[in-house]
Design a protein around this ligand. Structure first.
Ligand code: AMP
Length: 218
């Protein structure tokens, strides 16, 4: 299956994608994770992207499109994947459509997770991420067993530069401006489904899976 997961920062795209990967074994491609890896490895891409990311702005389309194209075309255009955090602009969506056309593997679902803005700010400002394995916790809603230490791998937890309150608001504004028009792009193609992203992670996963199953049966 080929799925795009959309939604503002903090809507739970990464969490849902990881749960779906565990359930279905599908590849999970997160542009945010790939870019953070490039930043810590100090590659040319990472050095070019870091400033934009720290300010909560979008990394330029050409850089991100090049990165994802490379990822999807390794061993031919991937036939099954979940994209998390890409596309974020109409230009990126058009580039993705072209790449998938080449491999004759069109997108099947675009899921947009909807969460009220104040809830997003609460989720993001309390988020802590493992430096080693990328696992995410929340200081109030999902605290680690030992403060500052990842339950999974023992790595150190930190607050991402872009999870600070001022940057969070900038990221949400960027989402409203650049990414929301994407919904129209995918709505026009009959691919978009908005899903309530509030409640427990398993509640949200159930809603997503019910939608995907309905698509399979149709
Ligand atoms: P995320 O982890 O998805 O919230 O992404 C973190 C940051 O990486 C974003 O605030 C952007 O600066 C950058 N980024 C991730 N995906 C994209 C994308 N598709 N286009 C442009 N910038 C991106």
């Amino acid at each position: 299956m080929r799925i795009v997961l959309m939604g503002p920062p903090g809507a739970g795209k990464g969490t849902q994608a990881k749960l779906m990967r565990e359930r279905t074994g599908m590849a999970h491609i997160s542009t945010g994770d790939l870019l953070r890896k490039a930043v810590s490895a100090q590659t040319a891409l990472g050095l070019a992207a870091k400033g934009y990311m720290d300010r909560g702005e979008l990394v330029p389309d050409t850089l991100v499109i090049g990165m994802i194209d490379h990822c999807l075309r390794t061993d031919g255009v991937a036939a099954s994947f979940m994209l998390d955090g890409f596309p974020r602009t109409v230009t990126q969506a058009e580039a993705l459509e072209d790449t998938l056309k080449t491999g004759q593997v069109p997108l099947e679902h675009v899921i947009s997770l909807a969460v009220p803005r104040e809830e997003l700010v609460r989720r993001l400002s309390g988020r802590r991420t493992c430096r080693q394995c990328g696992a995410m916790f929340h200081v109030a809603f999902d605290p680690p067993r030992q403060e500052g230490i990842c339950d999974r791998c023992g790595g150190a937890l930190y607050q991402r530069e872009d999870d600070r309150e001022e940057t969070i608001r900038a990221r949400l504004d960027v989402y409203d401006r650049s990414t929301a028009p994407l919904e129209n792009f995918y709505r026009a193609r009959g691919l978009l489904r908005e899903i309530d992203g509030t409640g427990s992670t398993t509640d949200v996963l159930d809603r997503v899976l019910v939608h995907l199953e309905a698509g399979r049966a149709a």
